[in-house]
Write a protein that binds this ligand. Structure first.
Ligand code: ZN
Length: 150
């Protein structure tokens, strides 16, 4: 498969065109800004945490289809999860994206995020796909911060 087939699957194109949970969250308890200078992606994450769980999450920003779709899909899988569950999921997602292309992938535990597994064949795109997640973790760890991935 070529890059276009692997990366620009229907779900990615759909989320890029119609991003879910796009906008600002007025009563966010955590937020952070992430930049990916290599590609020009810029994403802002707004998170509302209540009783240790994600009650709501939104994002805004500009960037390539991969970064936007990744942020959009991320917002659809987080609600109701505890912060530990969120961090575990990110760890699994990150492990798959930084694994070797011929390593087997456990797509079941990734759910919808498995659509990004093909990104690992294109290392320059890995930062696009993980930017929203890195920014989310940054928001959870430190309130109100600006993150640049390099
Ligand atoms: Zn990008």
């Amino acid at each position: 498969m070529d890059e276009v087939d692997l990366l620009y699957q229907e779900m990615i194109l759909d989320h890029n065109k119609n991003p879910r949970n796009f906008g600002e969250l007025e009563d966010a308890t955590h937020k952070a800004v992430g930049h990916n200078p290599l590609c020009g992606d810029h994403i802002e994450i707004f998170l509302k945490v209540k009783d240790g769980k994600v009650e709501d999450v939104k994002f805004k920003g500009v960037g390539c289809a991969i970064s936007k779709a990744s942020a959009s899909i991320m917002t659809t899988v987080l609600k109701g999860k505890t912060l530990d569950e969120v961090k575990n999921l990110f760890e699994k997602f990150h492990n798959v994206l930084t694994s070797k292309p011929d390593e087997p992938v456990n797509t079941e535990e990734l759910g919808k995020l498995a659509v990004f597994a093909g990104v690992r064949e294109f290392p320059v795109r890995v930062k696009c796909a993980t930017l929203a997640w890195h920014t989310l973790i940054e928001a959870i760890e430190k309130k109100d911060s600006v993150l640049t991935v390099e």
